[in-house]
Unconditional design. Sequence first.
Length: 327
Amino acid sequence: MRTLAVSLGLLVAVAAAVALTVVGVGVRLPLADIVAILNGGGRRSDRFILLDLRLPRLCLGLLAGAALAVSGAVFQSLSRNPLGSPDIVGFTTGSASGAVLAILVLHAGPGGAAGGAILGGVLTALIVYGLAALGGGAIGRVVLVGIGISAMLVALNSYLISRARLDAAQAAAVWLVGTLNGRTWQYVQLLGLGLVVLLPPLLLLSGRLRMLEMGDDSAQSLGVRVGRSRLLLVVLAVAVCAVATAATGPVAFVALAAPQITRRLTGAPGLQLLPSALTGALLMVLSDFVAQRLLAPAQLPVGVVTGAVGGAYLAWLLSLQWRKGTA
């Protein structure tokens, strides 16, 4: 019952954040003008501001925040560790490396960058889990190996940028921070299509994931094929994260923080996909609102805000684990 109430509260909060962003960022648009524009009227300049600038950015923020949060919830559940999110263990960085390679080396567009991001994220996940398995497959090793692989990929990204043309390097550097600036409906369609394909099988497998949380032996006794189920969940969660990364760049800490905030709000253990998705969407939209208003008229990349907030949250989480003796 509490989970349902929290979900409804988060839905109301997301709706309020959407209204705040549509009405209150930059040039103010009265509600009557917004309604007129949505009905096909309004001035051309206002239509451009709302339909070509604000709504694509807003929709992309909602979808990307939800996607990152769902991916983070799955990985934290699989690793049984609050630090086991894709941005900590390197999967987001791997997706970024794949997209940067596609952009700078292959001169790919948004579709090619998305393909490179998915391939890079999946390959990174396979490498991390493969190296962790060499040491016995302990859950803690996944996080440690992932942090090491992430550091190597950050170095690769820096090298690629240093060897690129100045204009391409500047574009890639901004993209690597994670941004919604200048995003069009093309990116929204790309991410939306990816989620339509990837989320249904992930939701179908969520029941197996709850059984895996009880331990491999317990899950196997309930008829779950542990190895196959874990592999499918990893591939799907990496793909969800990679598609979001291809659209916005590697926005930091949403995947880490959203599932943890959701657990504290609901007070329920285990996987909470829908509330986590709503929390992720809310975090992304509010962070982008701050990014647009903090140094207005200049617009910061949303990753700057999520990185600052997420860094403080990560420090608090690590100190909490240290006090409990689990860090």
